[in-house]
Design a protein around this ligand. Structure first.
Ligand code: DC
Length: 428
């Protein structure tokens, strides 16, 4: 389950613009529930039925399928497979959407769809009843308002920019009418949800509102960070001690700059990958429990797979953008575990430092946690009593990673920044 942010408020408060901005910045999925009601409003209007008449609308629902699709960060609304993204934005369909949204069967029809999207992704969902009905347990709830005049002015500008001939008075009247409909209907009327933070955007810019919501999401992520129970920490200490014995007997292991080691949980430790036991070399020195991202193939072996899982290892498919593995990593960090990760994704055959995959930067910035670099060096070939040096570097804060857009290039660059810090700690 991802992080859920519910964004409710009256028509024209700027919800969709804000939600899109926040979603783009954080790499979340933006779910525009208004578009779903609009698609139904469009279908009913096209069918020539009265959008206010429950008896006329409900029988049509069985013929309607609504989907939201995302390509290149843009949302497309599909009504029975047809792209209606443009057509649903007219004033006529706005009113039709408001009308059909008052019908309980229509709301029920969309409820499951909206919940199922929220279950699978980190989302920001905008609407009227998201915090009250659809996602009452959302991690963050925002109620976005603005004066009716300001909202009418914004809608007017928006439609004019699209070349439509509109009158301010008509739009203001429409907004007042829709406000009335949305707040006075019996089922799921528009109201501030319990625990929602109200933001009045009348005199705020889009960026300012988006910053504030990002702050709230950030707080929610950290609020969820848990402390690992004492018995588990004690078991881990004993296990570390036992496992360290053979390694100290076989090799000379030197730890340098240990003052830079993590002094708490919920951080990322990132190293260069040289041997299968790199994670163990780190774990026997850092006393905070870590989870590990390991390649999926290792889990094909039943005993090895079980052993890795027992020390909080989880699989990642290296070739693909493995969303479930990223969610697992985030979940561990929120529970108080560190995450040990080797950003190159594969062991170096010759000791040279490779390129970083984007996962490490993505997790760091989504969780807002620092990355602690570690450089692992030794002379090849590794023999009995060879010296292995692990050098710890100063942590990189999420701000230092300079991830602003979550775009592939931003994440790749941040990954490279982490990798170059690691490279500075390796004796080449
Ligand atoms: O956000 P919007 O203007 O695109 O929404 C269109 C209509 O749909 C709006 O009048 C209220 C209704 N709606 C709703 O009742 N519940 C939602 N979650 C979203 C929209």
């Amino acid at each position: 389950m991802g992080l859920n942010c519910a964004l409710d408020g009256p028509s024209g408060a700027g919800k969709s613009t804000i939600a899109k901005t926040v979603a783009r910045r954080l790499g979340y999925v933006y779910v525009d529930t208004g578009a779903m009601y609009r698609a139904i409003g469009l279908y009913v209007t096209r069918a020539g039925a009265d959008t206010k008449e429950k008896e006329a609308v409900v029988p049509l629902l069985k013929d309607i399928s609504v989907e939201l699709e995302y390509s290149d960060g843009e949302q497309r609304v599909l009504l029975n497979g047809e792209d209606v993204s443009g057509e649903i934005r007219t004033p006529e369909i706005s009113m039709a959407a408001s009308n059909v949204s008052a019908i309980p069967e229509v709301r029920q029809f969309l409820l499951e769809l909206q919940r199922s999207i929220a279950k699978k992704n980190n989302i920001i969902m905008d609407g009227r009843d998201i915090g009250t009905v659809i996602l009452p347990n959302a991690d963050v709830k925002v109620f976005l308002t603005a004066s009716a005049e300001e909202r009418a002015r914004r809608r007017c500008d928006e439609l004019k920019a699209k070349g439509r001939d509109v009158s301010f008075e008509k739009i203001l009247a429409d907004i007042n009418q829709r406000d009335y409909n949305d707040t006075h209907r019996e089922t799921a009327p528009l109201k501030k949800a319990e625990g929602a933070v109200e933001i009045d955007s009348t005199n705020m810019s889009i960026e300012e509102v988006a910053d504030r919501i990002e702050e709230l999401i950030d707080e929610a992520i950290h609020r969820d960070f848990k402390v690992i129970p004492a018995w588990r920490r004690a078991t881990y200490s004993i296990l570390r001690f036992i496992v360290s014995i053979p390694f100290f007997l076989i090799f000379r292991i030197k730890y340098e700059n240990t003052e830079n080691m993590p002094k708490c949980g919920s951080v990322i430790i990132a190293g260069n990958h040289q041997t299968w036991f790199d994670p163990i070399l780190i774990a026997i020195k850092v006393r905070y429990i870590s989870s590990y991202m390991a390649k999926a193939e290792l889990f094909n072996h039943p005993i090895l797979g079980l052993a890795i899982r027992m020390v909080h290892g989880f699989p990642t498919r290296r070739s693909s953008n493995d969303v479930s593995s990223l969610s697992r990593a985030e979940a561990f960090i929120r529970k108080g575990y560190n995450l040990t990760i080797f950003p190159e994704g594969t062991r170096s055959k010759d000791g040279k430092i490779g390129k970083a995959k984007s996962g490490v930067a993505l997790i760091a910035s989504r969780c807002g946690v620092p990355v602690y670099p570690v450089g692992i060096s030794f002379k090849r070939p590794l023999r009995f009593r060879s010296t292995i040096t692990l050098k710890f570097g100063k942590p990189l804060d999420p701000e230092e990673l300079k991830i602003t857009s979550m775009s592939k290039s931003d994440l790749r660059e941040a990954g490279e920044r982490i990798m170059s810090k690691i490279a500075e700690l390796v004796d080449q």
